[in-house]
Design a binder for this molecule. Structure first.
Ligand code: 5GP
Ligand code: ZN
Length: 117
Protein backbone atom coordinates (compact mmCIF):
# COMPACT_ATOMS: atom_id res chain seq x y z
CA UNK A 1 0.00 0.00 0.00
CA UNK A 2 1.37 3.45 -0.88
CA UNK A 3 2.16 6.13 1.68
CA UNK A 4 -0.88 8.28 0.84
CA UNK A 5 -3.20 5.24 0.99
CA UNK A 6 -1.81 4.69 4.49
CA UNK A 7 -2.66 8.31 5.33
CA UNK A 8 -6.22 7.74 4.03
CA UNK A 9 -6.45 4.65 6.27
CA UNK A 10 -5.02 6.52 9.26
CA UNK A 11 -2.07 4.10 9.41
CA UNK A 12 0.20 7.14 9.07
CA UNK A 13 -0.82 10.35 10.90
CA UNK A 14 -1.46 13.53 8.97
CA UNK A 15 -2.60 17.05 9.69
CA UNK A 16 -5.98 16.96 7.98
CA UNK A 17 -7.69 20.02 6.57
CA UNK A 18 -10.86 18.59 5.04
CA UNK A 19 -12.27 15.29 3.87
CA UNK A 20 -15.37 13.78 2.37
CA UNK A 21 -16.17 10.26 1.12
CA UNK A 22 -13.96 10.63 -1.95
CA UNK A 23 -11.18 13.15 -1.21
CA UNK A 24 -8.76 14.15 1.52
CA UNK A 25 -6.78 17.36 2.07
CA UNK A 26 -3.85 17.46 4.51
CA UNK A 27 -0.84 19.67 5.16
CA UNK A 28 2.39 18.81 3.35
CA UNK A 29 5.08 17.53 5.71
CA UNK A 30 7.71 19.84 4.15
CA UNK A 31 5.80 23.02 3.21
CA UNK A 32 7.17 25.06 0.29
CA UNK A 33 4.88 28.03 1.00
CA UNK A 34 3.10 29.47 4.08
CA UNK A 35 0.13 27.34 3.03
CA UNK A 36 0.96 24.01 1.39
CA UNK A 37 -1.82 21.47 1.29
CA UNK A 38 -1.93 18.14 -0.55
CA UNK A 39 -5.25 17.04 -2.02
CA UNK A 40 -5.81 13.42 -3.02
CA UNK A 41 -8.54 11.05 -4.12
CA UNK A 42 -9.10 8.41 -1.42
CA UNK A 43 -9.12 5.66 -4.02
CA UNK A 44 -5.61 5.04 -5.30
CA UNK A 45 -4.83 6.49 -8.73
CA UNK A 46 -1.15 6.55 -9.74
CA UNK A 47 -1.04 9.96 -11.38
CA UNK A 48 -2.97 12.64 -13.24
CA UNK A 49 -2.56 10.84 -16.55
CA UNK A 50 -4.52 7.85 -15.21
CA UNK A 51 -7.37 9.70 -13.49
CA UNK A 52 -10.95 9.44 -14.74
CA UNK A 53 -12.51 12.76 -15.77
CA UNK A 54 -15.44 11.97 -13.44
CA UNK A 55 -13.03 11.92 -10.49
CA UNK A 56 -11.63 15.29 -11.55
CA UNK A 57 -15.13 16.79 -11.52
CA UNK A 58 -15.43 16.05 -7.79
CA UNK A 59 -11.80 16.97 -7.23
CA UNK A 60 -12.32 20.41 -8.75
CA UNK A 61 -15.08 21.44 -6.36
CA UNK A 62 -13.26 19.85 -3.42
CA UNK A 63 -10.09 21.86 -4.15
CA UNK A 64 -12.16 25.05 -4.41
CA UNK A 65 -13.76 24.22 -1.06
CA UNK A 66 -10.36 23.68 0.58
CA UNK A 67 -8.98 26.97 -0.80
CA UNK A 68 -12.00 28.83 0.54
CA UNK A 69 -11.81 27.07 3.90
CA UNK A 70 -8.18 28.07 4.47
CA UNK A 71 -8.86 31.63 3.25
CA UNK A 72 -6.72 31.81 0.11
CA UNK A 73 -9.58 31.87 -2.41
CA UNK A 74 -9.47 35.67 -2.75
CA UNK A 75 -5.71 36.25 -2.33
CA UNK A 76 -4.89 33.53 -4.86
CA UNK A 77 -3.02 30.28 -4.97
CA UNK A 78 -1.08 27.89 -7.18
CA UNK A 79 -2.23 24.38 -7.99
CA UNK A 80 0.37 21.86 -9.14
CA UNK A 81 0.40 18.19 -9.97
CA UNK A 82 3.66 16.51 -10.86
CA UNK A 83 3.11 13.66 -13.30
CA UNK A 84 5.55 10.78 -13.70
CA UNK A 85 9.32 10.67 -13.85
CA UNK A 86 10.05 13.80 -15.87
CA UNK A 87 7.36 15.70 -13.98
CA UNK A 88 9.21 15.02 -10.72
CA UNK A 89 6.45 12.99 -9.07
CA UNK A 90 7.86 11.34 -5.95
CA UNK A 91 4.73 9.86 -4.39
CA UNK A 92 2.92 7.65 -6.89
CA UNK A 93 -0.60 8.48 -5.68
CA UNK A 94 -2.26 11.36 -7.51
CA UNK A 95 -2.02 14.56 -5.50
CA UNK A 96 -2.46 18.25 -6.09
CA UNK A 97 -0.25 20.75 -4.29
CA UNK A 98 -2.31 23.76 -3.19
CA UNK A 99 0.16 26.56 -2.42
CA UNK A 100 -0.59 30.04 -1.15
CA UNK A 101 -0.45 32.46 1.74
CA UNK A 102 2.18 34.68 0.07
CA UNK A 103 3.05 36.07 -3.34
CA UNK A 104 4.75 33.00 -4.81
CA UNK A 105 7.88 33.33 -6.93
CA UNK A 106 7.41 32.26 -10.53
CA UNK A 107 9.83 31.99 -13.41
CA UNK A 108 7.61 32.58 -16.40
CA UNK A 109 7.38 29.65 -18.80
CA UNK A 110 8.17 31.90 -21.75
CA UNK A 111 11.36 33.18 -20.07
CA UNK A 112 14.17 33.21 -22.68
CA UNK A 113 16.57 31.40 -20.36
CA UNK A 114 14.26 28.39 -20.15
CA UNK A 115 14.05 27.73 -23.88
CA UNK A 116 17.28 25.76 -24.18
CA UNK A 117 16.31 23.11 -21.66
P1 5GP B 1 5.61 15.08 -5.33
O1 5GP B 1 7.08 15.38 -5.41
O2 5GP B 1 5.32 13.61 -5.47
O3 5GP B 1 4.78 15.91 -6.26
O4 5GP B 1 5.15 15.54 -3.89
C1 5GP B 1 5.14 14.72 -2.78
C2 5GP B 1 4.89 15.60 -1.58
O5 5GP B 1 4.49 14.78 -0.50
C3 5GP B 1 6.12 16.39 -1.13
O6 5GP B 1 5.82 17.78 -1.13
C4 5GP B 1 6.40 15.86 0.28
O7 5GP B 1 6.82 16.88 1.15
C5 5GP B 1 5.06 15.27 0.69
N1 5GP B 1 5.11 14.13 1.58
C6 5GP B 1 5.84 13.01 1.42
N2 5GP B 1 5.61 12.13 2.40
C7 5GP B 1 4.68 12.72 3.22
C8 5GP B 1 4.02 12.29 4.43
O8 5GP B 1 4.22 11.20 4.94
N3 5GP B 1 3.15 13.16 4.98
C9 5GP B 1 2.88 14.39 4.44
N4 5GP B 1 1.99 15.16 5.07
N5 5GP B 1 3.48 14.81 3.30
C10 5GP B 1 4.37 13.99 2.71
ZN1 ZN C 1 -2.16 5.15 -2.80
Amino acid sequence: MCIFCKIVNNEIPSNKVLENDDFLAFHDMYPKAPMHILIIPKNHVDCFHDVQPETMAGMTSFIQEVATLVGIDKSGYRLITNNGEDGGQEVKHLHFHLLGGAKLPFKHLTDETQKNL
